[in-house]
Every structure is written in C-alpha cells, then in structure tokens.
Design a protein around this ligand. Structure first.
Ligand code: AVJ
Length: 317
C-alpha cells in the first residue's frame, strides 16, 4: 500500500520556519496561505465548506453534479487524472462516477495525512482506478510519474485565486507543460457584489477566523513560538481595485514574539497578510489562461453566475 510520503519532516518544519520568518521580517508582513493546511487547518477548511455564507464549494459541487458528464466528454477515452490540492477528494468523485475512462487518479496535497485517509476510501469505492496519492507541494518542483493516458488536471475550488496574477500565470504555464495533449478542468470564483464576498470570509460562527488564527497555533506547536492568539484579530475584506479578498491577522496590542532566535515586534493595529483570494471575470480568466499557453474551451456557469468551471486544452509543443 503506497502511503503518501510524510511531509511533516524536519525539512517541512524548517521550510515553514524559514517561510514564516521571511514573511514576518518582510514589509508588509505576509505569509503564504499554503501554511494554513496542517491537519487542523484542513479540518477547519472542511468546516468552512459547509458554512451558509461560503457559497463556492456547494456551488461548484452543484455544477459537478449537473455537468460532470459534459466535462468528462472533453477529457478523452484513456484518462490519467491528477488533482492539485485534492484535500478530502469529494469533488473528484463526480468525475470518477461520470467516466469509465479514468485509468489512474493522482491526488496531490501538501497535507499528507489528510490525503492518505481520503485515498484509502477512494480505493474502496473505485477498485478499477489506480489511486496513487502524492504528498507534495505542487507550487514547488514536481515530477509526475510516466503518463498512462491523456494527462488531465483537476484544480477546483478557485484555489488559483490564492496566487498573485503573475504567479497564477506561471503555475498555469507549468500545468500546461505537464498536461500537454490533455487539458485542465479548473474552478474559478467570479467577481460579484462585495457584500456576498465579505460574508463568505467573515462567517457568523467564526470558523474562518479560527482557520486564519490556526496559522499562529501551528507555529506555536511546530516551531515553539508563543503567539497569543487572543492578541490577534481576524480581518477579511474585499479590495475592489485588485478584485481580491484579503485576509489579515491584526495585532490587538504592542507585542513581541520570538521566532528562530529572532525578535519580532508588532505594534497595535499592524497586520500579517495571510491570504489573497482573487476573483475573476470569465473573459479575464480566459485571457490569463491563454497567456499561460492553454486554449480556453468550454465554460460552465451556475444559474446565479457566481462561479465558473473551465476546460482548458493543453496543446502539445
Ligand atoms: C480554498 C483557497 C479557494 O480562497 O476561498 C476559504 C480558502 N480562505 N475561506 C478561498 C479560504 C478563507 C479558499 N480556497
């Protein structure tokens, strides 16, 4: 039984430590949202997906339930499927149910333990599909095993929105390289009224706030820091000119934290930028995909035009 390689190694901890220190010594202070996803963070995100305010997940699931058959039509007759940031692997099951042509599924996720459980359950439900999980950070160097059919990528949930547009283009062009001859099925959250966006990242139960603050709890657990979570406040707001939601942790007082032997001082009101979630128009995203080397093809929208799923063909070059 091939379990996902365990990432919580010293390498991973040192990488987290280095990234956090570099981000907190940077002006403005910023940390990549990928560090949200330890076991606790992945669990909190699963809770976010159930929230009434957080519309992206249920909207995309509804679209997969309605259009999966059309989506797999684009993928060919011998599919080698890879998912970037597979998490709980809930969404891919609509594709696996809709197509008998998926020979292998490679779920990739930075949260290895979360991935192993999900993969074992997939093997039980889809015995004819080779399930080969990869515990990896797909934003870093990635080597995929030899293809066993058309290489098809699956990148749902608008996780592309977490990347700065230039980074998003770079990541998409790497994906276009990996997926040559096949394509990418990608979920992209759309620009909409700021009130709906604000609510989606400021839920009444405070789960998103816990998800945001968990970054500091993780540092305390893994790096031995002494962040006082009560002394930081969750802040999330929509930035219209940049068409992005910004999440921050705001210092409630003047305080000092030690990390890797360095002394970090936070004045009251200063913040750590912990996540951006860019929103796109259909045309804006298609232009970005084209610049990355894809040929935008089919697009699916929900009735309220809140969310989009795109099929991007990856030309051979
Ligand atoms: C999983 C990255 C798509 O940005 O909407 C949810 C993560 N952050 N609530 C998003 C998230 C706050 C989510 N993505």
């Amino acid at each position: 039984m091939q379990a996902a390689t365990h990432l919580a190694s010293t390498h991973h901890r040192s990488t987290f430590s280095d990234a956090l220190l570099a981000g907190l010594q940077h002006t403005p202070r910023q940390v990549s949202p990928k560090w949200f996803y330890d076991q606790r963070g992945s669990e909190l995100f699963e809770q976010i997906c159930e929230l009434p305010e957080y519309y992206p997940t249920r909207t995309e699931l509804g679209m997969l339930a309605q259009y999966a058959h059309e989506m797999v039509e684009c993928m060919g007759s011998r599919i080698d499927l890879v998912e970037f940031g597979a998490g709980a692997t809930r969404k891919v099951r609509y594709l696996l149910n809709a197509s008998p042509h998926i020979k292998r599924f490679i779920p990739i996720d930075i949260s290895a333990s979360h991935l192993t459980d999900a993969s074992n359950d997939l093997r039980l439900n889809y015995p004819s599909v080779r399930i080969e999980p990869m515990g990896a950070d797909f934003t870093q160097h990635l080597v995929l095993p030899e293809a066993v059919g058309q290489r098809v990528g699956f990148f749902p949930g608008s996780s592309i929105g977490n990347f700065e547009p230039a980074e998003a283009q770079q990541l998409l062009s790497r994906m276009a390289g990996w997926l040559q001859g096949g394509g990418l099925l990608i979920g992209v959250d759309l620009v909409k009224d700021p009130a709906t966006l604000h609510a989606a990242y400021n839920d009444a139960q405070g789960i998103t706030a816990q998800f945001n603050l968990n970054l500091l709890a993780r540092a305390n657990t893994e790096l031995g820091t002494h962040f006082s979570l009560e002394q930081f406040a969750h802040s999330a707001f929509y930035n219209p000119p940049l068409q992005r939601i910004e999440m921050h942790l705001v210092s409630r007082c003047d305080q000092t934290v030690h990390l890797a032997g360095e002394r970090l001082h936070f004045v009251e009101g200063s913040s750590i930028h912990t996540e951006s979630s860019y929103k796109y128009t259909v045309a804006g995203f298609q232009a970005l995909a084209r610049r990355a080397g894809f040929r935008p093809d089919a697009v699916w929208l929900d009735e309220e035009r809140q969310f989009s799923v795109h099929w991007l063909s990856a030309p051979v070059h």
